[in-house]
Design a protein around this ligand. Sequence first.
Ligand SMILES: [Zn+2]
Length: 222
Amino acid sequence: MERPDFSVDDEGYWEKKYKQLLSDIKQEFPNFAIIPKKTSKFSQMLGRLTFWNKDFNRTYSTTIGPKIYTSEVWKDHPAMNRFATMVHERIHMRQTQKYGFLAFFAVFGLIPLPAKIAYFRRKWEWEAYKVGICVRFLKGGREAVLDPKFIKYLLDQFCGAFYLWTWHSRKAIIKDLLRVLHALERNTLTWEKIIHQRRLPWGVKPLKAPLLLRLLYPAEMQ
Ligand SMILES: [Zn+2]
């Protein structure tokens, strides 16, 4: 897909880009599906398990294998935001594909500690958050990336409750952000590089959910 023009502010343009992205993802992951959280028992259960994040089902999308569970407010988001979120989630799909479903979630959740020093959660989420940083950069340059509201949002994601206090040091996250910004400015990091992160060679089979989950949630976990 050629690089979208992030300066375009036209819903129709982004709706088209979004649809095209969905069909690209479907090609890469034939089991890809978008499931509204509201209609999913599995996601209601996850919502209860992630009790520290009250907005889990209301505002956050969650990717499990090739399924993306969308929040209650998903449809209200502008198409460009939905586009960027899907690119972010596709990176998680590739990470899961690479490591396998269970290993991915165990390592993502627990290694070396479930909170404060969740090294892999920070690493793998950061790979996906680069998408959002890049979108801001291409749309509004350095200023947009260094917008205090955006920095607060990032710190909330990595040091706050949503991902169970992934990282203890806000300074480290800001350093990561500056590193990405400099790379974008020097053009050593590009949109193309970011969206191709972790893409596996064509023909690699998409993963299957473990048997127990397939039995419990047959419609969502085939
Ligand atoms: Zn993520």
